[in-house]
Design a protein around this ligand. Structure first.
Ligand code: MG
Length: 255
């Protein structure tokens, strides 16, 4: 059994024939963290190896900018960050972040909702205090009632989307794919040069936009379905063999 697993892992085809990414884009939650939200130290070491080999790593996440920046700094990354699911694009060397939507209207909608639906907490989740392009209510608020109320309100142009950790009130154009489109244009990169890794439905627009997509083991079924490659390893354990394959290809050792 163990031998079979080793053989499978050894023959894993991580990359398309004859192609090597020059940029790697990764999700954070569920991709380089495990089920307990703990960071995978294997993933950390692998991402460093990519940067040392001159392959920049882009964090593309639903997280807010301060959280993403902390991770970026301690991982030792060099590329700009795509935060709040494409709502905020930033590199510390830029004068200001690029805000692709404003949180104000979404926050106003949350205050209005709290007046109209009993029990809704307008303050929402703790990271709202740093949110710049959207507003997040607690995930267990009454989704159907919120969707109906927003539809009839002056904020009917906002999307109401539930993820594992929040109900997002956001402008409908925001996605990791659209945010990365801006980031890649600004950096002069082509989406054809990039590989991405993710685990959840908010990664699907990024999978569509970039050349090659990898779903980590434990990813949502729809995400495994959409990916070019599904990792046989859970979450962050995907990175050591994936990065081995990328660096071997870059050196020209592997077909
Ligand atoms: Mg995720």
């Amino acid at each position: 059994m163990f031998l079979i697993f080793i053989r499978l892992a050894h023959h894993m085809q991580w990359l398309p024939e004859g192609w090597c990414p020059s940029v790697v884009v990764i999700d954070i939650d569920g991709t380089i963290t495990d089920g307990k939200k703990h960071l995978s130290t294997d993933a950390v070491q692998s991402l460093r190896r990519l940067e040392e080999a001159g392959i920049p790593v882009v964090l593309a996440t639903g997280n807010v900018r301060p959280v993403t920046y902390g991770l970026w700094r301690f991982l030792g990354l060099s590329a700009p960050m795509c935060c709040e699911n494409g709502g905020v694009i930033w590199h510390p060397s830029w004068e200001a972040p690029v805000l692709r939507a404003k949180a104000d209207e979404a926050k106003e909608a949350a205050v209005w909702l709290a007046k109209h639906i009993v029990g809704v907490d307008a303050q929402g989740i703790a990271t709202n205090r740093w949110r710049e392009s959207e507003w997040c209510l607690f995930p267990d608020e009454p989704l159907e009632a919120i969707i109906e109320a927003v539809k009839e309100s002056q904020w009917s142009h906002l999307s109401v989307v539930r993820t594992g950790f929040a109900i997002h009130l956001m402008e409908p154009h925001l996605s990791k794919g659209e945010g990365l489109r801006y980031l890649f244009e600004r950096m002069g990169w082509s989406p054809d040069e990039a590989l991405c890794v993710g685990d959840a439905p908010n990664d699907l627009p990024m999978f569509d936009f970039l050349r090659w997509s990898v779903a980590v083991g434990g990813a949502f079924p729809a995400v495994q379905e959409a990916a070019d490659v599904v990792s046989p390893h859970p979450h962050g354990a995907t990175f050591p063999p994936l990065v081995d394959a990328i660096l071997a290809r870059k050196k020209g050792d592997a077909p």
